[in-house]
Every structure is written in structure tokens, then in C-alpha cells.
Write a protein that binds this ligand. Structure first.
Ligand code: FE2
Ligand code: FE2
Length: 572
């Protein structure tokens, strides 16, 4: 509706209409078209032309161009209902096509409503800018810097989406000038070229070069298209028009698009539901107040988050997802545990009793589930970007806390609670990055229970975790493909092997075994400290899952699941 209004708004204001002998209030542009010219003799000419009468020019009825502009503008004035409806239908169909692609076939991030809204808002802004350029400026329409949008899409999303958005946006913009064919061709090719020439997506400065180079490509295409239409093209005559020169506009529009893309990059990233690299890097700084809070108040959970970050980042990078975002998500996903850290076994000191010992299973489950909601709340209050907050409320998806649900059933379920009462209140992962974190949350914990650290066992365990999540439908909405999952399993096995490969026992360990043996201090202080840290690694809530899976499918479990370090404490 908004764009329909933008399209015809000026034609509905009588004061903006042209009158002979008076200056025109808005620039009148007659799209490139062919017309038959009758000579004074019997000869008939066949010409192509584009007419522009700039704002403020006094219309002269003896001037052919002015008469053409007047006639064209008058036909547009007071648009019929049919025309308004047709314009609305054009925009509606273009938006519906875009939305369908983004929702069903786009990369995982474009399936989010906020990314779609951000994209549509960005497209609308550019159509409005295009309209303003067309009616208020004397510059050629080829200056319209549409290529900035595909550059942003390439940077924040991916190229296929950039191509689609570019084509749709080019149609919308060209519709303002009756789908002017050379303009449409230039806008499409310039956008695609910019996206393709923006080779190293992680270096945003390349957008400047990509925009300028795309401008040159557009100029070549324009020359070729005009030559096809007219059989000849005179660049010098075109360039003589100065700011109104289409050829110069092709190049200038590309340069301008690169500049705009670079200057407003961070704003656009936010609009497209993405977080800027700078902000993500800033969030990985261990001096960040929220990370310090976690390290201080829930040290066990913080160690778990750090171990996950390495694994998740490598896995994410292997399938071309956003590795840095996944790392940041891993750091912050369990921040809600800082509210009641002792409810989580990894934060209990050796020998410390778990508060769950005195609680009913449903009360325990409530306390555990709260960390998802509380985590999202703390992150939002700390002004952490929404794509990072998403990790907090999706990392357990809508899974049931099996441990407490079984415990409840074992006690005869006196309160007659439904299984859903033990279900996490979050949502299923919506992106590949959040799905990877969900998997890694289970895999990282289970990997510590595998002795000796063998590649085959790691791979089996990972496949089993993936299968469990698949079976419960947690990966239904994340966009991970079977190929992704195969690559993830292989990559995470490799990473785990590398993480655990250096565990060679010292002679004093070999002789007496780990239990009860003492390191020959002070010589082996450093190594023994490392070992002691490892052996005292906290169990996480995901170990619960590993143990529960072990209970339910003992024969198929490839992992060697050890009892919890602290036998009194209940896994959360
Ligand atoms: Fe969690
Ligand atoms: Fe976790």
C-alpha cells in the first residue's frame, strides 16, 4: 500500500501538474520508447527517445520535448482505479514472491520474521529514495544506487538472496518509470555484478570497489542495450548531457551504491537481523560485564560455555554458517544460570549437596527451565543484540527435562502433571547457528565421558545426539541439511580428537592409577594441575541427557557414560 502511494502520490496532487508557460513543479521523465515521427514531407522516421524536463523548466508549447513531456504527464494525472489496483497488485506479487522464497528456500536467517521485515523496510526505503530522485532532481535515473541493497544482502546474508532481492527491487524501481527497459536491465546487472564482485565478504571495504566495478559493467551493458535498440550509440553525445547522462549515471550509480553500502553498513546489518563483526568481537572480550558476571557467579557454567565455544565455532565454520556468531552465542547462552547457580550441578563444589535433593521434581524442573527465560531477560537488559539472545531461548528448544519427568513418574506423579509441564519454555532453533549450539551443548558434555578418547566413539556419540534431536523434532525449523549434519559429525569428531589427544599419563599415574596417586610435586605441578582440572570438570545439564539416553537405549549407546562426579548432586 505504501509503495502504491509512493508510486502515484505525485500524480494525485493537482498542484504538481504541468502547465504551458509555467515552470514544472517536478521533473518529468518520459521513459525510453520508440515513436513514429512524421516529417513535413512524405517521409516517416522511427526514433527511440527518452525525454526529461527538469524541475523548474518553463514549459514551451513550441518545444517538441516539452509537448511530449506534457502529454505523458497528463495521461498519468488522476490515475484510474484500475491503474491504482494494478500497481498495488504488481507490488503485492513481488513482495509475496520474495517472502515465499525467504521463508521456504532462503538461508536460515531469512526465515525469521524480523529479517524479512528488515529487508522489506530497506527495499521500501530505496523505492522511496528512487521516487524522490526521479521527481526532484535533474540527474539521470541511472544514478539510483540500488546496488547497495544486494551488497548488504551479500555481506549479512548470502548471494542467492542478494540476487533475488536485487531483481525484485529493480522491478519495483523500474515500475516508477513504466518499466523502462534499459533502466531495468542496468539495475539488474549492476546489482548482480556488485554482489559477485564483492568477493571477500568478510572485508566490507571491498564494497566500494565492487560498487564502482559494477558501475563500469553497467555502463558496458547500457551501451550494448542501446546499440541493440538503435543500431548505433554515441557515447560522447550521451556524456555531453552531464548529470543527465545515462552512461555517466551507470558508473556514478555504482560508485554511489558502494559508498552508501559502506557508510550505512552497520545500520543495514541491524535491519537485516545481523550483528556487526565489530560488535561480535567486542562481545567475545572476556572483560565484558556479563561474561565477568557469569565467571564470578556461575564458574562451572562459564567453563562449560567456553569449552562449547571452541567446538561450536569449528562446527559452524565447517558448514559455512556464521562461526563468530556461534562462538558468541556459546559464551552467553547459559547466562540465566547466574540467577540460581547452585541448581546446576556444574556449579556445586565437591561434596556440596544439590538443592534438588529437597525439592519435588516439578519444582526442580521449574528452577532449571527458568534459566532459559532469565538468560534472555538478562541479555536483553544488557543490550546484547537479538541474534545472540536467540541462543539463550533456543538452546534447549522445546525438549522435555527427562530426568525430572522420569523422577516424577517414579514417584507416582502425585500432582497428576502432564509431560508438557517438564518441557522447556523456549522455541526450536530457527537458524543453523542456534541448532549447532543445541547439538554442541549435548555433545561437549557427552564427549567428556568417552574413555579412551577414540575417534570412532566420538563419531557414534555425535550421530546419536543428532539423531535424538532429529527424532524429537528439535531440528525441524533450523534449516540444517542432511549434508550439513554429515559434515558436522565429521568435523566435531575431528575437533574432539584434537581436543583430547594430548592426554598421556605420567609414570606416577600409570603406576598407581589416577585414584589416590599423588603427583610428585613440585616438578609436575603444572601438568598435574591441568589433569586435576580435567578430572574435576563440571557435569552440565546435557550430561543428564546423555545419562537418560543411556538408560533408555542401553544397547545402542556407544558412549561410556561415567557416573556424576558428585554422587549426591542431582544432574539438572
Ligand atoms: Fe542451558
Ligand atoms: Fe549449556
Amino acid at each position: 500500500m505504501l509503495l502504491t502511494l509512493v508510486h502515484i502520490g505525485d500524480t494525485m496532487i493537482p498542484q504538481l501538474g504541468p502547465h504551458f508557460g509555467q515552470p514544472v513543479p517536478i521533473t518529468i521523465r518520459v521513459p525510453y520508447a520508440s515513436f513514429i515521427e512524421k516529417g513535413q514531407t512524405a517521409s516517416i522516421g522511427y526514433e527511440h527517445t527518452r525525454v526529461m524536463v527538469t524541475r523548474g523548466t518553463v514549459l514551451d508549447d513550441s518545444n517538441d520535448a516539452h509537448r511530449v513531456a506534457y502529454a505523458f504527464e497528463t495521461t498519468l494525472r488522476e490515475p484510474s482505479r484500475g491503474r491504482v489496483l494494478a500497481i498495488f497488485v504488481v507490488y503485492l506479487i513481488l513482495f509475496l514472491l520474495c517472502a515465499t522464497y525467504l521463508r521456504r528456500f532462503g538461508p536460515s536467517r531469512t526465515r525469521l520474521l524480523r529479517t524479512q521485515l528488515g529487508l522489506f523496510a530497506t527495499m521500501s526505503v530505496f523505492v522511496i529514495i528512487a521516487k524522490l530522485i526521479l521527481i526532484f532532481t535533474p540527474i539521470s535515473e541511472f544514478w539510483i544506487p540500488l546496488a547497495a541493497v544486494p551488497l548488504w544482502c551479500t555481506f549479512a546474508l548470502e548471494r542467492r538472496t542478494a540476487f533475488l532481492i536485487n531483481v525484485m527491487l529493480a522491478f519495483m524501481t523500474a515500475s516508477l518509470l513504466m518499466f523502462d527497459l534499459p533502466l531495468l536491465t542496468v539495475l539488474i546487472t549492476r546489482g548482480i555484478a556488485a554482489s559477485l564482485l564483492f568477493i571477500h565478504r568478510k572485508h566490507p571495504r571491498e564494497m566500494l570497489f565492487a560498487g564502482a566495478a559494477a558501475g563500469v559493467v553497467a555502463a558496458v551493458v547500457y551501451t550494448a542495450v542501446l546499440t541493440v535498440f538503435e543500431g548505433r550509440f554515441d557515447p560522447s553525445r550521451d556524456l555531453d548531457l552531464g548529470l543527465a547522462s545515462p552512461l555517466a549515471g551507470c558508473v556514478a550509480g555504482g560508485v554511489l551504491a558502494g559508498l552508501i553500502a559502506q557508510i550505512f553498513r552497520q545500520l543495514a546489518e541491524r535491519a537485516l537481523g545481523s550483528v556487526s563483526r565489530d560488535r561480535l568481537i567486542q562481545l567475545t572480550d572476556l572483560e565484558e560485564p556479563l561474561l565477568q558476571k557469569m565467571a564470578k557467579e556461575a564458574p562451572g557454567s562459564w567453563e562449560h560455555a567456553r569449552a562449547m565455544a571452541n567446538l561450536a565455532e569449528a562446527a559452524s565454520s565447517a558448514i559455512g554458517a556464521d562461526a563468530l556468531l556461534t562462538r558468541v552465542g556459546a559464551y552467553y547462552h547459559d547466562l540465566g544460570k547466574t540467577i540460581q547457580p547452585k541448581y546446576f550441578v556444574e556449579n556445586l563444589l565437591p561434596g556440596e549437596r544439590s538443592p534438588h535433593d529437597e525439592l519435588d521434581p516439578d519444582v526442580s524442573a521449574d528452577a532449571i527451565m527458568a534459566h532459559v527465560v532469565q538468560g534472555a531477560k538478562i541479555l536483553r537488559e544488557g543490550r546484547v543484540p537479538e541474534p545472540v539472545v536467540e541462543f539463550a531461548y533456543t538452546h534447549h528448544g522445546t525438549q522435555v527435562i527427562e530426568y525430572f519427568w522420569h523422577k516424577c513418574k517414579e514417584r507416582g506423579n502425585p500432582k497428576k502433571l502432564a509431560e508438557d509441564f517438564f518441557r522447556y519454555p523456549g522455541m526450536k532453533p530457527q537458524t543453523k547457528e542456534t541448532a549447532i549450539l543445541m547439538l554442541v551443548d549435548s555433545i561437549e558434555a557427552a564427549s567428556r565421558t568417552i574413555q579412551p578418547p577414540d575417534r570412532g566413539k566420538f563419531e557414534e556419540m555425535i550421530q546419536r545426539v543428532i539423531f535424538t534431536k532429529l527424532k524429537s523434532g528439535q531440528l525441524d525449523e533450523c534449516g540444517l541439511t542432511l549434508e550439513d549434519m554429515r559434515i558436522l559429525a565429521l568435523k566435531m569428531s575431528d575437533t574432539l580428537v584434537n581436543m583430547f589427544h594430548g592426554r598421556i599419563k605420567y609414570p606416577w599415574q600409570e603406576k598407581g592409577g589416577d585414584k589416590g596417586s599423588k603427583p610428585p610435586a613440585p616438578k609436575a605441578t603444572e601438568k598435574s594441575g591441568e589433569k586435576s582440572t580435567k578430572s574435576a570438570e563440571p557435569a552440565t545439564e546435557t550430561k543428564t541427557e546423555a545419562r537418560e539416553e543411556k538408560k533408555s537405549e542401553p544397547k545402542s549407546d556407544p558412549t561410556e557414560v561415567k557416573p556424576p562426579r558428585n554422587p549426591q548432586s542431582k544432574p539438572n
